[in-house]
Write a protein that binds this ligand. Structure first.
Ligand SMILES: N[C@@H](CCC(=O)N[C@@H](CS)C(=O)NCC(=O)O)C(=O)O
Length: 210
């Protein structure tokens, strides 16, 4: 079976490359030209009705949503290594913070930045300061989400923290910075960064302001 990641380096698919590099399974990258709207072409919309990246195919299986892709890959290819097995009590913590990233941190930071008006009690992402405090609590006294053990939850939660620190879209708290620096030591993350940069160079892509 071939694992294919539909990819553009300026998308969340860049983080999925890190997830794939952690696995050590062969995979291919398929460039989707976001700037030319290729993600809205019928073949892409057939895979992801949202017309968004990342999309991953594994044989006939199609997975979208960056966090779901990472959780799928860990369960399918690295159970007991990057994902606690189903009967492992650490699975609660693993899933909890993996889902916190797309369901609370992403909308919560955007709401804060864009000054959305909403009632924290009615919005799933709640209050921004409470969110930051919850993120700190997830890391308190630990190197990684599961303690000493790195897992796919760190690719998801940590990838979000790292991206937001990089683009200054979240407050730079010491715990977030130290965690992000720890993650930067991962050889798989370094390989993923190199792959994403190689695609940028190959395609002549430059991030605005660089
Ligand atoms: N909830 C999705 C978000 C996907 C998403 O918004 N992708 C962006 C790039 S990071 C995209 O494809 N944007 C192009 C568009 O919507 O036109 C996920 O977590 O994968």
């Amino acid at each position: 079976m071939t694992i294919t990641l539909y990819h553009h380096p300026f998308s969340r698919a860049a983080g999925t490359v890190w997830a794939l590099e952690e696995l050590g399974q062969p995979y291919e990258l398929k460039f989707v030209d976001l700037m030319k709207g290729a993600h809205k072409a019928p073949d892409m919309v057939a895979l992801n009705p949202m017309g968004k990246l990342p999309v991953l195919t594994d044989g006939d299986t199609v997975v979208t949503e960056a966090a779901a892709i990472a959780l799928y890959l860990a369960d399918r290819y690295a159970s007991g290594k990057l994902a606690p097995p189903l009967d492992d009590p650490r699975r609660g913590t693993y899933l909890r913070w993996s889902l916190f990233a797309p369901s609370v941190i992403e909308p919560g930071s955007l709401a804060e930045r864009a000054k959305w008006e909403f009632k924290p009690s009615q919005a799933g992402w709640g209050d921004y300061q409470a969110m930051l405090g919850a993120m700190e609590s997830a890391l308190a006294g630990k190197d990684f989400i599961l303690g000493d053990t790195f897992s796919m939850a760190d690719v998801i939660f940590g990838g979000t923290v790292r991206y937001m620190l990089m683009f200054k879209t979240i407050e730079e708290r010491p715990a977030f910075k130290a965690y992000s620096e720890r993650l930067a030591q991962r050889p798989a993350l370094q390989r993923a960064d190199a792959k994403n940069i190689a695609v940028m160079q190959e395609r002549g892509l430059k991030l605005p302001g660089t």
